[in-house]
Design a protein around this ligand. Sequence first.
Ligand code: MN
Length: 172
Amino acid sequence: MSPGRRSIFVCQRHRARALHFDLRLEVDGVLVSWAVPRGPSADPADKRLAIRVDDHALEHADFEGATGGDRPGSVIVWDRGTYDHRTTDAAGSRQAIRAALDTGHVTVDFDGAKLRGLYALTRTGSRAGREEWLLVKKADEDAVRSGPGLTDAPRSILTGRTNEDVEAQASP
Ligand code: MN
């Protein structure tokens, strides 16, 4: 990474068999990824299940489009921005993000349009070979405890489209 360039994150809204959000953090040239069935929340009281999924190529961060398969689906770039890794160890020193991922506790500071401020990702166990984590907003000045949820804004941050728009534009 060139000096001064912050790592990117993306959160894609993926309409598939089940709607979910894919949260991806740039780490060492790949996108470390979690599928978040209910999507992120800005309310520190909400604990959102986040299932660790395969790393994706960095180029996937810009992907919007219809997805094939046995039923229609689509991906939009729901939010995108940069993040700072903030995990510290017991002594208060900043950890490397790979070490934090291995330990199962990662704190990040998002600078996106929808995702703002500090979030914690904590591994809670595994099921069917997949790591289960919880994504929780930290109680900082970006926390929002009432009103519409983040996921009530369903449009692409890149194109203003909804998943339904993308699917309609893809069909002849
Ligand atoms: Mn997905």
